[in-house]
Design a protein around this ligand. Structure first.
Ligand code: DLL
Length: 429
């Protein structure tokens, strides 16, 4: 019998917790000594790395926020000399400065291992052709997946996003078994297959790992049905590493397993910051356990989810992300996430996953408009039925009345990466 490829996944709970305490101590020390902004925060809070004796003590340490990273722009959060960083990535700042992250050679090595582990969990195997349509560049998706795919022993096609026609051509002609991209882009590529008259089910494609944006179970079903792949959820964020912080197992598809030997998760109440017990919803917070160039302690991701017990491993899982606290829309006083709208849309087989939510204001009230593409051209009567039924389902779900525009196929803007789901035209308060 050959040795299993990723034996770490089968670590025992006792071993895991002991490893976490050991690595947490090392990381706290590294952050305290190397990151002046974090040391200042610890000093203000009256805590020192030596105060950590058990994992529960972590809650006494200050959080790190996106603003902390922005304030340290560009290199103030590096815990090692910049010369020892072999790579930088940055997340596009929609507002203001981008966030910069640095990696040492060892960090890239660890990332490659974890991304290889994620690909394997998702169903990729050495020797597979992997079509990687995540964007290459400052975004961590392209290169992060790329190094992992090479590490696993796959043949990687560094496609990046865009050029829909060629995406289809190369998936077909090279015989990719595995694809990676955002779920919204996968739907756009599914449309392109259709436009070219090619059945994706007749190609070699069997596995898709999707992430970088929230997606619902309805979207998973849609992708699996149209592409004939097993669709798994791949999670990550640049501040913590990039793709490969957590990944679903193809056999269970029950929420991404967090690679807890490298990232310690907590879920906290988004308002008070108090940790909540496993199973309770809240904001996901990560402490890196092995990063050396830029460790982060208690990083507030703003992603809303809950922690669940391990299934394929003792490492805990996270529930599918419902949204980010900063993506939450407040419409006429009601809290609404785009994913909730997506869920209602995809209940109707006549509607596609291409949608956008538009908010505007006439007089004192917010107006909510959901524009969604029909899957195929619909007669006006059928479109009317779909739109009335969607309005009813949305009203039932959140109490809001929405105008629905069932648009013709191909009329809603496609993105090659993270989809833009909301256009908010309301005047800023
Ligand atoms: O999106 C890294 C990544 C690349 C993950 C490719 C998966 C695949 P950032 O650009 O820093 O990094 O954005 C991170 O994207 O905090 C979540 O809000 C969201 N996100 C990432 N993966 C998922 C997912 C990459 N599977 C932010 N489900 C995160 C829901 C996700 N949201």
């Amino acid at each position: 019998m050959t040795a299993p490829l990723f034996p770490e996944v089968k670590i025992s709970l006792d071993e895991l917790r002991a490893l976490q305490v050991k690595r947490l101590r090392e990381t706290l020390r590294l952050a305290y000594e190397g990151q002046a902004p974090y040391r200042a925060k610890c000093q203000a809070a009256g805590v020192h790395p030596d105060d950590l004796r058990s994992l529960d003590d972590l809650a006494r340490f200050p959080f790190t926020s996106k603003d902390d990273l922005r304030d340290a722009y560009p290199f103030g959060m590096l815990a090692i000399p910049r010369e020892r960083c072999v790579r930088l990535h940055a997340s596009s700042g929609t507002t203001g400065r981008p966030t910069v992250v640095g990696y040492s050679a060892r960090d890239i090595d660890t990332w490659s291992d974890l991304m290889a582990r994620s690909l394997h969990a998702g169903g990729a195997r050495p020797g597979d052709i992997i079509h990687n349509a995540f964007g290459y560049g400052l975004f961590t998706g392209g290169l992060g997946v790329h190094y992992g795919a090479e590490r696993l022993g796959c043949t990687v096609v560094p496609m990046s996003g865009g050029f829909g026609e060629r995406q289809v051509q190369l998936i077909r002609e090279f015989g990719a078994r595995v694809v990676l991209m955002t779920p919204s882009y996968m739907l756009a590529i599914a449309d392109e297959f259709e436009r070219q008259g090619v059945d994706p089910r007749a190609t070699a494609l069997r596995v898709g790992l999707f992430g970088a944006e929230p997606w619902t179970e309805g979207m998973r079903a849609e992708i699996e049905r149209r592409l004939g792949v097993t669709a798994v959820d791949l999670y990550g964020l640049s501040e913590v590493m990039g793709p490969g912080v957590a990944c679903e197992f193809a056999e269970t598809k029950d929420g991404p397993t967090i690679w807890e030997d490298h990232f310690y998760p907590e879920v906290v109440d988004p308002d008070s910051g108090t940790p909540v017990p496993d199973g309770q919803p809240g904001e996901l917070v990560f402490t890196t356990l092995t990063k050396e160039a830029m460790p982060v302690i208690r990083y507030r991701t703003r992603d809303l989810t809950r922690l669940m017990p391990g299934s394929a491993s003792v490492m805990r899982r996270m529930a599918k992300i419902t949204g980010r606290s900063d993506d939450m829309l407040i419409v006429r006083g009601v809290n609404l996430f785009p994913s909730q709208v997506e869920e209602q849309i995809l209940r109707d087989p006549a509607l596609s996953g291409h949608y956008v939510i538009e908010l505007s204001r006439s007089g004192a009230l917010d107006d909510l408009l959901v524009r969604v593409e029909a899957r195929t051209s619909l007669e006006s009567e059928a479109a009317g039925r779909s739109s009335a039924a969607l309005a009813r389902r949305l009203k039932g779900m959140c109490g809001l009345s929405a105008a629905i525009d069932v648009a013709a196929p191909g009329t809603i803007e496609r993105s090659m990466g993270k989809a833009r789901r909301v256009i908010d035209k309301r005047p800023k308060a």
